[in-house]
Design a protein. Structure first.
Ligand code: PMP
Length: 392
């Protein structure tokens, strides 16, 4: 490999690294390649295959010649399907390469240097880095486990300043699984109505992975619609992480600005993947119901096992496919000062990959993804139990 002593990293991305979740998964894969029998419960990716009808639609799109650039904001078919699903208009929709690019487009399209973006912690790791990359400042508001890891109206009010441009909400939440009730959303709406400069990004990518009723913010808080960007996509519910299709729904001026960014970065999402996503979105909810039930069974297995372990307190998540237990007791008992050191130890000594809470802005916890087969979950849980009991 050539060294480049002259290499200059732009100030904009100084300190930016590959996401900690990806780093841990890569370290686990590297250990596996060395012959270790690693169990990695670290990735936010369902183990189910993409539904067959979706793959058939992609195949058909390819053989039908849908192999060319699509309009920057997405194909007419997919935008129409998203708009119908969201009770919006197609011109209020942008399709991007995954929900992640929707969020990046929005931040790049709107943030001035130093603008503040409020994010309740625990939050998905990339939020803070995307905001920094776009020149903004993340304002992290810790949410207590006793409050179900949810943002309270008082904490929101206290975090808002004249520089606040966005509030980022995510439910069902990665990593806590929290879902807000309509009353809780209305209480947050009441605060936001007093602060008209604040826009809201509602990341609903885990919408169909819910174990209690889930309510879209756009439905519960119609008065926010003029400054609301809803983010969603096919990655999680339809097991389509590799297809890279996500979308945003919001006011036309915002969508156009996001399209201007996207047009200079990717030109738009993959034509074949957009045809596949159209089939997913219009293909009925049967497959989603079956997968949700499977996830619920996995959740129950993981929560009861974890909560019985010494030094670990685990609440049952209401959605998504993660648990986010508090591990401070276990850290102390094993002599680890940080959750990162605890997770390093689990990987190095017990071949178990989990993500420390600090990656989500809330240290003293860890995230375990239960989007894996029950046998793999059981092996991972056994290893954790043995580690905490001092067995090797
Ligand atoms: N938002 C949240 C909360 C996520 O957990 C993820 C994926 N881990 C994304 C967005 C990004 O989804 P996509 O793969 O569609 O870019």
């Amino acid at each position: 490999m050539l060294d480049s002593p002259e290499f200059h990293r732009a100030a904009r991305i100084r300190g930016l690294e590959i996401s900690e979740i990806v780093q841990i998964s890569e370290r686990a894969a590297a250990r596996k390649a060395l012959g270790h029998d690693v169990v990695a419960l670290s990735t936010g990716e369902p183990d189910f295959p993409t539904p067959e009808a979706v793959i058939a639609a992609a195949h058909k799109a390819a053989t039908d010649g849908k192999t060319r650039y699509t309009p920057t904001l997405g194909t007419a078919e997919l935008r129409a399907a998203i708009a119908a699903d969201a009770k919006a208009r197609p011109d209020q929709v942008i399709v991007s390469c995954g929900a992640k690019q929707v969020i990046a487009n929005a931040m790049l399209a709107t943030l001035e240097a130093g603008d503040e973006v409020v994010m309740p912690a625990p939050f998905w790791t990339s939020y803070a880095d995307i905001v920094r990359m776009a020149g903004g400042s993340p304002v992290i508001v810790s949410c207590a486990m006793a409050d179900g890891f949810k943002l309270t109206p008082a904490a929101l009010e206290a975090a808002l300043t004249p520089r606040t441009r966005w509030l980022m909400l995510n439910a069902p939440s990665n990593p806590s699984g929290a879902i807000y009730s309509p009353a809780e959303l209305s209480a947050l709406e009441a605060v936001l109505l007093r602060h008209p400069q604040v826009w809201v990004l509602s990341d609903e990518i885990y919408e169909h992975l819910n174990f209690i009723p889930f309510h879209r913010l756009a439905d519960v808080a119609p008065d926010l619609r003029g400054r609301l960007l809803t983010v969603n996509g096919v990655s999680k519910a339809w097991s389509m992480t590799g297809w890279r299709i996500g979308w945003g729904i919001g006011p036309v001026d915002l969508i156009r600005a996001m399209g201007a960014v996207q047009g200079q970065v990717t030109s738009g999402a993959c034509s074949i993947a957009q045809a596949a996503a159209t089939a997913a979105l219009t293909g009925g909810t049967e497959v989603l119901d079956v997968r949700r039930d499977a996830m619920r069974a996995r959740r129950d297995l993981v929560v009861s096992a974890l909560d019985a372990m010494p030094g670990i307190e685990c609440a049952a998540p209401d959605g998504a496919f993660y648990v986010f237990p508090r591990i401070t007791g276990a850290m102390q008992a094993q002599g680890h000062a940080t959750d990162a050191a605890f997770c390093d130890w689990l990987l190095a000594e017990h071949d178990l990959a989990l993500v420390p809470g600090r990656a989500f802005g809330l240290p003293g916890h860890l995230r375990l993804s239960f989007a894996y087969a029950e046998s793999e979950l059981q092996t991972g849980l056994d290893r954790l139990a043995r580690a905490l009991n001092g067995d090797t």
